[in-house]
Design a protein around this ligand. Structure first.
Ligand SMILES: *[C@@H]1O[C@H](CO)[C@@H](O)[C@H](O)[C@H]1NC(C)=O
Ligand SMILES: *[C@@H]1O[C@H](CO)[C@@H](O)[C@H](O)[C@H]1NC(C)=O
Ligand SMILES: *[C@@H]1O[C@H](CO)[C@@H](O)[C@H](O)[C@H]1NC(C)=O
Length: 362
């Protein structure tokens, strides 16, 4: 996920299951038998503890701090970590470190999958304290994650975009809106846009695009179109477009990235290509996006887009969700770590991930 790589933009948490949360049960849990808690179908419940009065909370004497040790930094890139108080999420009682001397005191140790050596030689050498949880951290889909033998019975928790991970984080989340302010749709100067840097012939999204442009004009940006835009300019470009092609580069259950949450956050309607519509609706309202599968072919999609371009009222329907929700995007890796810390503080039970291979790549 490029946004994580840059460390600027970000993945984000998705905590609100808007539609029928019970639908999402196909995937085998890595270890259903050992899991002692009832898995919550709604990731929100897992991390949230809305504080009615956050200011008072900070003054209270803090209980024992929870120590999180970053053993392997995502993609080897360090980010600022200290406590979680400065994040927008008001998570208290956490201390984050990458000082390996603290290993014996750490409540949880985080390992980013990409950096784990295939012979496990960069994993902690000493025995783990009985209270300590090892967290497998990965936001890349299986097709983009090296399969490493020997990960059986090693980790205690999974931190991933999948809903059936112990800690589920996506690039964005829908949160209930405060107040009743109406959402002004930004002025638009373009109809359909796409920003893409990784162009691979043969990818489903490229094939679809090539067919689509026979029927409708698409403004392309990014290296692939010889129109690079700086990462800060990204959202500004997307905002000018009525529709944005939120085409994922690989298709996996629950896998949706900033390609979806960026347009949603700036008032642009995403046209998604990725997992099924039903799966998307586990995460966001069904009328917030257009799915390519809603149409028999790119031609009909193009016709629908042209129809919406001429019918302001019909276009507006895609913004109805703004009455009830707003989108919040994650802004840094540190926020992911803080959510993990929050989870660790609230879940003390024993757990082992028996067969990570089967769960993720199986
Ligand atoms: C929001 O609610 C207030 C009080 O009920 C009302 O006066 C105002 O017109 C509402 N605004 C919108 C945009 O609906
Ligand atoms: C959109 O365009 C209209 C008319 O040109 C202008 O009055 C309005 O201020 C613009 N809105 C925004 C948010 O730029
Ligand atoms: C974590 O997993 C290890 C390895 O399977 C296991 O020995 C340990 O008891 C687990 N600890 C907790 C706190 O769940």
């Amino acid at each position: 996920m490029v946004c994580f790589l840059t460390g600027l933009v970000a993945g984000c948490v998705l905590m609100f299951l808007i539609h029928n949360p019970t639908m999402e049960h196909e995937a085998p849990s890595p270890n259903p038998t050992v899991k002692s808690e009832v898995p919550s179908p709604n990731p929100t419940v897992k991390h949230e503890s809305p504080s009615p009065n956050p200011t008072v909370k900070h003054e209270a004497p803090s209980p024992k701090q929870t120590l999180i040790l970053m053993w392997l930094w995502p993609f080897g890139v360090k980010f600022d970590i200290d406590s979680c108080r400065s994040t927008r999420f008001d998570i208290d009682g956490c201390k984050l470190t990458d000082d390996r001397k603290m290993y014996n005191n750490a409540d949880a140790v985080l390992f980013h999958h990409r950096e784990i050596r295939s012979d496990l030689s960069n994993m902690p050498p000493s025995q783990r304290p009985p209270f300590q949880k090892w967290v497998w951290m990965n936001f890349e889909p299986p097709s983009n994650s090296p399969k490493i033998p020997g990960l059986r019975n090693l980790f205690n928790l999974t931190l991933n975009y999948r809903l059936d991970a112990d800690i589920t984080l996506l690039s964005g989340k829908f949160i209930p809106k405060k107040g009743n302010s109406s959402f002004p749709i930004p002025n638009k100067s373009k109809l359909v846009c796409w920003v893409v840097s990784n162009w691979k012939k043969g990818l489903q999204r490229v094939t679809y695009y090539e067919e689509l442009i026979k029927h409708i004009h698409v403004d392309g940006f990014g290296h692939s179109f010889n129109k690079p835009i700086p990462s800060q300019g990204h959202l500004g470009v997307i905002k000018q477009c009525k529709f944005y092609l939120s085409f994922e580069n690989s298709i996996h259950k629950d896998y949706m990235t900033e390609k979806l949450f960026n347009p949603l956050s700036v008032g642009t309607v995403p046209v998604v290509l990725g997992t099924s519509r039903q799966n998307y609706e586990n995460f966001l309202p069904g009328d917030a996006f257009i799915h390519v599968d809603d149409f028999p072919s790119p031609k009909e999609l193009a016709e629908h887009i042209r129809f919406l371009d001429k019918n302001e009222d019909a276009y507006r329907q895609y913004f109805n969700w703004h009455k009830h929700y707003e989108v919040q995007k994650f802004s840094s890796w540190a926020e992911h770590v803080c959510f993990t810390c929050d989870y660790i503080r609230k879940h003390k039970e024993y757990k082992v991930i028996n067969d990570l291979d089967k769960w993720y790549w199986g």
